[in-house]
Design a protein around this ligand. Structure first.
Ligand SMILES: [Mg+2]
Length: 195
């Protein structure tokens, strides 16, 4: 029997359209029209030039309505394919360790009823896998340094390309490059290569 690889998937802005939903809520709260292309840096509050109290208001709404965050249809299709060839582990940093964690579980079960592995955690570098997809380069680099170099000895880090991570580092301190893509076939190809 061939080896069944494990793929770690970040959720927000890889599968769930978090930033798009945040922008929708920002428009609702402020009455100002924002678009996804306005978010050109990781700090969305700075990118949209929002006041901290506006961000708090948006986050409160986000917490209330997070089960309504849209799922990216292409991602859904690809993740279903990944499920056929690998162990799919959802590794996602919760907005809070209160109701967000349970609501995110509901969201994942709604879109991926077969879901078995769901790890809500702020530090993803303790979670082992063959391939890790995230839109935050820092998460991937930390994972590479701890999980790949110290524990596992192998692992592929894939940076999901977004408008707000264009200036992110794409190489770890020891020169390990991240693969930057927003093509699910690249992810599926890398997972298949682990078998
Ligand atoms: Mg993310």
């Amino acid at each position: 029997m061939s080896y069944k690889p494990t793929v770690l998937l970040d959720v927000d802005d890889v599968i769930a359209k978090y930033t798009e939903f945040y922008i929708h809520l920002a428009t609702e709260v402020t009455g100002v029209w924002f678009e996804p292309k306005d978010v050109t840096e990781w700090d969305i509050v700075a990118a949209l030039k929002l006041k901290p109290e506006t961000d708090l208001e948006i986050r409160e709404l986000m917490n209330q309505r997070c089960t309504s965050i849209p799922c990216d249809e292409k991602a859904k299709e690809a993740v279903n394919k990944l499920h056929e060839i690998s162990n799919v582990v959802f590794v996602t940093a919760p907005l809070n360790y209160g109701e967000w964690v349970a609501k995110r579980y509901t969201w994942l079960k709604t879109h991926f009823p077969w879901m078995e592995y769901y790890y809500p955690c702020k530090d993803k570098s303790f979670v082992a896998g063959d391939v890790f997809v995230d839109d935050r380069a820092e998460n991937l680099l930390k994972w590479h340094d701890r999980c790949v170099l110290r524990f596992n000895g192998r692992g592929t880090a894939i940076l999901w390309d977004t408008t707000f991570n264009q200036n992110a580092p794409t190489e770890s301190d020891n020169g390990q490059p991240l693969i930057r893509t927003r093509d699910w076939e690249v992810v599926i190809g890398n997972v298949k290569d682990c078998r």
